[in-house]
Write a protein that binds this ligand. Sequence first.
Ligand code: ADP
Ligand code: MG
Length: 504
Amino acid sequence: MGKVAVGVAVGVAVVACAVAGMVVGRRVGSRRKWKRVVRVLKELEEACETPVGRLRQVVDAMVVEMHAGLASEGGSKLKMLLTFVDHLPTGSEIGTYYALDLGGTNFRVLRIQLGGRRSSILSQDVERRPIPQHLMTSTSEDLFDFIASTLKQFVEKEESGSEPSPVRTRELGFTFSFPVKQSSLRSGILMKWTKGFAIEDMVGKEVVELLEAALVRSGLDMRAALLVNDTVGTLALGRYHDADTVAAVIIGTGTNACYLERADAIIKCQGLLTSSGYMVVNMEWGNFWSSHLPRTSYDIDLDSESPNPNHQGFEKMISGMYLGDIVRRVILRISLESDIFGPVSSRLSIPFILQTPLVAAMHEDDSPELKEVAKILKETLGISEVSLKVRKLAVRICDVVTRRAARLAAAGIVGILKKIGRDGSGGITGGRSKSDVKMRRTVVAIEGGLYTSYAIFRQHLHGALSEILGEDVAQHVVLQVTEDGSGIGGALLAASYSSILQRG
Ligand code: ADP
Ligand code: MG
């Protein structure tokens, strides 16, 4: 071998050593990076843990807060609002009724024809209309004139060609899903706006009066028979289909629940007289709080950056408005601590850029290569070209956040069941074993896009319900999806109360 050849050989060996060294160095670096990632993930998992013991603590805290909210005004973060609904539909309702459902980005007008038997909705027409953005921050007169004119067009369209309607004034149920302090079935003042509405002149005003003034201005012969919250509408529709329905839960953009309570248990209204002995209570459970809730640093940041810090704590861990943003915050943190997601994408810092339906789509991606995950990471979060291992990590984060949400919602439901003695313990803790107690069939009406459209969320919720209650009790508890209950239920209640008034 000549000198030159030796030189080349040595050079190659040096380069080979250097490359090998770099590979080893990169491997060590990458291992260190993954260690950091695993640490962040582990911290998240531990902070979000919801073993059944902890869920039972949440159940008990919910029961305690329900008692406190019923005992005195402001006695708890649970407002436990009176609804004045003391009768739920029985099936005997008959005739044509209308409803107006105002609760978010859309509002709906509905008309139903009832046949006088349980579950006998002979016809049902619904019209959905987006609320023009400028009306959400305009004046109450503008908003209600728009609503009244839409309603008038709907009524005229529905009634054209059909028999002229009987002389009686048309009855309308008004579902209004904002916090309202009610003083009777058809009167209540708006306490505050949520969900992007900000019509200042309306806060503190009687909601039904504003609607009726607009109905008069539009020349429509229609009377608002009652004012209800969307959870109450859901309960009414649930009850119309199934007499064992005792509560309703909404898990959509926000979350809330209502249930049927004994009037004498509503201590803050001593002497409250209802002919049935019961009243539906709107819990406003989104605002529930307990130190037993598994809170993470991501929740704390989300809350402090929200327009309503220290409010809606339960909702911020559970509902569709927030889950996506919790997942975004975790991915951002991992991205800042390691480069497994590539260079830190500026999109990760945009609040609410990752919406919950996308979390569901990543979570439910069953393609072997996780193509949907890759697509969402790229198109929504600006994270491209990540390995399968990293895509799996993203799915894991979705699961941790969703699982906690679903299991906490389950604990909330059991809280209601426990409060009304339907959790199999006979209303008392301890004592008899659950299997000794004859459990009554118990139905909870449930609605909202998070529950109805996200199968894994539903599975986690059902799993937790069985764990907390035990299989033998859980088999008697039915979660029944009601569709469009918030609106239809309003019309059903208008029908129900109209027949009560007619009977005198
Ligand atoms: P709202 O609560 O506004 O009355 P919905 O009950 O229809 O409306 O719920 C809509 C919410 O449900 C959305 O804001 C979203 O958070 C959630 N959602 C809708 N579709 C899905 C989905 N496929 N996966 C997960 N969440 C969903
Ligand atoms: Mg709704």
